[in-house]
Design a protein around this ligand. Structure first.
Ligand SMILES: [Fe+2]
Ligand SMILES: [Fe+2]
Length: 203
């Protein structure tokens, strides 16, 4: 697995990820969020490299800080020492306000939280298919599994709906429907199928 954009900020972010994250599942989650972030940056007219880098870095310390007392608070000094921009660090801290006290403020903050958890459901839906190819996953299949609360039970559907509504208000004048958003994340992940190893190679 490697990032979609093998140069610039995403490449530098991926180096950090590879230093701190060995688990394949966590790498896939990180890359999926990065793909969704890049998609939304393009859609909204922001810098795709910065948004992709934030997606890549947001959980870089989960393996060394695998609890919400430490993550992402204690990851921030590591990023600071590595020379990462304070704006990027602030966005990362804002994906867990309860632990960091950092509120979402900018479009990139709202996008990050809205893209975070839902990737987990899409990955899970892909991995139960024999083809293990995200390009074959229909939105209707994701919707079916969304309704089955025992499937990928760690994905808090109510929280996803809530942070999507926040993203919609902040960046789409309240016009981004939940299933439009999930469809967008699915499209972004389909575009990154090879990056995610979800292009059938695991079948
Ligand atoms: Fe996180
Ligand atoms: Fe995450």
């Amino acid at each position: 697995m490697k990032p979609q954009t093998p140069a610039g900020l995403p490449a530098k972010a991926w180096e950090t990820v590879c230093t701190y994250v060995q688990d394949e599942g966590l790498r896939r989650h990180i890359l999926a969020v990065a793909a969704a972030m890049r998609w939304y940056a393009t859609e909204l007219g922001y810098d795709p490299d910065t948004w992709e880098a934030v997606g890549l870095l947001h959980d870089f310390d989960w393996e060394i800080h695998p609890n919400l007392n430490e993550h992402p608070t204690q990851g921030a000094p590591i990023l600071r020492a590595a020379g990462w921009d304070e704006a990027i660090i602030r966005t990362i801290l804002s994906h867990y306000t309860a632990g960091t006290g950092v509120e979402r403020r900018d479009p990139i903050d709202f996008a990050l939280l809205a893209c975070d958890e839902i990737t987990g459901l899409i990955i899970a839906v892909t991995l139960v298919r024999p083809s293990r190819d995200v390009r074959e996953v229909a939105l209707s299949s994701v919707r079916k599994k969304w309704k089955d609360s025992r499937f990928a039970g760690g994905v808090d559907r109510a929280h996803v709906a809530e942070v999507t509504e926040d993203f919609s208000q902040a960046c789409f004048g309240g016009e981004l429907a939940l299933w439009t958003h999930i469809g967008n994340v699915l499209v972004a992940m389909q575009g990154a199928a090879a990056t995610l190893d979800l292009d059938g190679r695991l079948a």
